[in-house]
Design a protein around this ligand. Structure first.
Ligand SMILES: Cc1cc2nc3c(=O)[nH]c(=O)nc-3n(C[C@H](O)[C@H](O)[C@H](O)COP(=O)(O)O)c2cc1C
Length: 508
């Protein structure tokens, strides 16, 4: 016979709601008759009684509080503590999303220059459904590796090409989404590696520029920093920005993995007077960017607009998009071919990508995940015979070497990551990027929270992270028997079963 141990909440609430005023009365009587010191208890008890009556009889918003009184608050309290309790106490090392503890720990160790070797065995399920790198029977040694060089703009023969010597780019994150200390830490750190940082769509990159790193200036659909009154591109302002020494490339954002088909979003909590000035937006209300550029109404105008930005800026110009329908992507490529006009690179951002703020339905349910999208893009470019006309950059949870190598095999020439770099400067995945309350100050403009960031120390971590990623990439290339990422291909991948093959096998 089993004994059922259950709490009867109705009885407990009735007991609590009766006990509180009785206890208050007893405490009052004791203070009156026995000792004045009992009133130190009476005062808070009166407060508790009043709050309880407010919950039970006055407020109408919360049914739970109306029915159970103060006891119902316990539920709200535990619920709000739930994420922390799960993260600290209950979640297994491989359970959390978007990044589990083992994935985050790998970044932290790289950033702290600690050996990231693991012992005993993998914590992943080896149920043979994972894509794996096929190593070579004859690995090569490091001396045989070719140095990484990727020159944007070389295909068009422009004067101001840009050569990337490190394949890891800090993906677009604006000043606004991130606080100034985080921006400066990332910028200073990437400058130490000779790498590249994307400004994100936040307008004039004041804090990015302070640290002397190479920048890709991003034009989002709101065109912060380069906008005319009517929301279209101001050629002169773009030319002025492009003339700055540190601005080496321009990226036109068509869409972003976390919210394709929806413009950027900056919640009002994060709009300080300075951000309002830099972006040219009012304070006190959420800023939602348009869903698309007015200049990009169809394939023809989109290609023409990319060309215009190339002509105005004289810099390499790329586009960033999340794949929706691969047939539309193929049509865009066909139009580029028709006009004989190509962007200098395309960034494919997977639907699993991060964001400062976006509606949940978009984060969860819109857009293609990175790997099948990247494969589709690579296939479309190859089958159109134009793969050599541009570079491919991949982003979407590529924070560790294990996933980065898969992206290289699927056609990526370089990797961009936002959250990998956030983790490298101490992000704890508190999931509060949109609310200005980031406990480690990375996505906050509250000076009390930003003070936790020591820019010099965090910059060093960024550099360590990059160097460690480079080191691991070299080792993986050796194992694959490839001298550089360009020698990797789909054939280097073990793709185990039909389900996984389906998206990869998708031909346009
Ligand atoms: C806090 C935050 C802010 C972002 N801001 C931008 C932005 O301004 N422009 C943009 O194109 N993408 C933005 N992104 C998306 C990233 O650039 C990137 O495409 C996406 O997060 C995928 O990379 P990840 O998975 O390595 O983070 C942002 C992401 C985060 C987490």
């Amino acid at each position: 016979m089993s004994t059922k141990l259950a709490i009867n909440l109705h009885k407990l609430a009735r007991f609590t709601n009766t006990a509180i005023p009785i206890f208050t009365l007893l405490s009052f009587l004791a203070g009156w008759r026995i000792s004045f010191y009992f009133h130190f208890l009476t005062v808070p008890m009166i407060g508790l009684t009043l709050i309880n009556y407010y919950y039970l009889f006055a407020q109408r918003n919360h049914s739970l509080l109306r029915n159970f009184g103060i006891l119902g608050q316990g539920r709200y309290m535990l619920e709000s503590l739930g994420p922390e309790l799960r993260q600290y106490l209950y979640s297994g090392d491989t359970e959390e999303r978007p990044f589990n503890r083992t994935e985050r720990a790998e970044v932290y160790r790289k950033a702290n220059n600690v050996d990231s070797a693991s012992s005993f065995g993998s914590q992943n399920d080896f149920d043979a459904t994972e894509v794996k790198l096929r190593h070579s029977l004859f690995p090569i040694s490091k001396e045989n590796l070719l140095p990484y060089r990727l020159t944007f703009g070389e295909e068009r023969g422009i004067q101001k090409t840009y050569t990337l010597t490190v394949p890891f780019i800090i993906s677009g994150m604006s000043y606004g989404a991130l606080g100034k200390s985080a921006i400066r830490s990332l910028a200073r750190g990437i400058a130490q590696t000779g790498g590249l940082m994307n400004t994100g769509e936040g307008g004039y990159p004041k804090y990015h520029l302070m640290e002397n790193c190479d920048l890709a200036f991003q034009i989002g659909t709101a065109k912060f920093g380069v906008r005319q009154e009517d929301g279209t591109l101001d050629d002169q302002r773009l030319a002025d920005l492009a003339a700055k020494d540190q601005v080496r490339l321009i990226e036109l954002k068509l869409s972003q993995g976390a919210k394709p088909g929806k413009g950027g979003m900056l919640p009002k909590e994060k709009i300080t007077a300075e951000i309002s000035e830099l972006r040219g937006v009012p304070m006190g209300q959420d800023v939602v960017s348009p869903t698309h550029h007015p200049e990009c109404e169809d394939y023809h105008s989109t290609v023409a607009f990319i060309r215009r930005i190339q002509e105005v800026s004289h810099l390499p110009v790329g586009i960033k998009l999340c794949m929706g329908d691969p047939r539309q992507f193929a049509e865009l490529v066909a139009e580029m071919k028709r006009q004989d006009s190509f962007p200098d690179w395309i960034t494919i951002d997977g639907a699993e990508g991060g964001t400062g703020a976006a509606p949940k339905a978009f984060i969860d349910r819109v857009g293609m995940p990175l790997f099948p999208a990247l494969k589709s893009a690579q296939d479309a470019l190859v089958s159109a015979g134009v793969r050599q006309r541009l570079k491919l950059v991949a982003s979407g949870k590529l924070i560790n070497p294990g996933s980065q190598i898969i992206a290289f095999c699927l056609g990526a020439d370089a990797i961009a990551t936002a959250r990998g770099f956030m983790l490298s400067i101490g992000c704890i995945q508190a999931m509060q990027c949109g609310s200005n309350t980031c406990p480690v100050g990375i996505t906050s403009h509250n000076p009390k929270l930003e003070r936790g960031i020591d820019i010099a120390d965090k910059a060093l971590r960024v550099a360590n992270y990059v160097h460690s990623l480079e080191h691991d990439l070299d080792e993986l290339l050796c194992a694959a028997g490839a001298r550089c990422v360009r020698e990797l291909s789909f054939d280097h991948l073990y793709v185990p079963n039909e389900t996984l093959l389906y998206p990869f096998a998708h031909r346009i």
